[in-house]
Write a protein of this length. Structure first.
Length: 67
């Protein structure tokens, strides 16, 4: 079930700083992912909020297994 299939009361949103800490990347990297559309987000005022499940889906899809 994707983030769009949950009711809003069930969706947990993260700030860009929280996503950056979770992914261990810079905030600028998260902004690039959001602006490119690779990481879905909503705009709240002047800031972005990213559904927590979208972060895990992105990481799961981006995972590359090495030999």
């Amino acid at each position: 079930m994707g983030p769009s299939e949950h009711s809003l009361s069930e969706v947990s949103f993260l700030t860009v700083a929280e996503v950056a800490a979770l992914m261990r990347v810079s905030k600028m990297t998260v902004y690039r992912l959001v602006h490119s559309g690779e990481l879905p987000a909503i705009r709240v005022g002047r800031s972005f909020r990213v559904p927590e499940e979208s972060v895990y889906a992105y990481l799961r899809d981006a995972y590359v297994q090495t030999a």
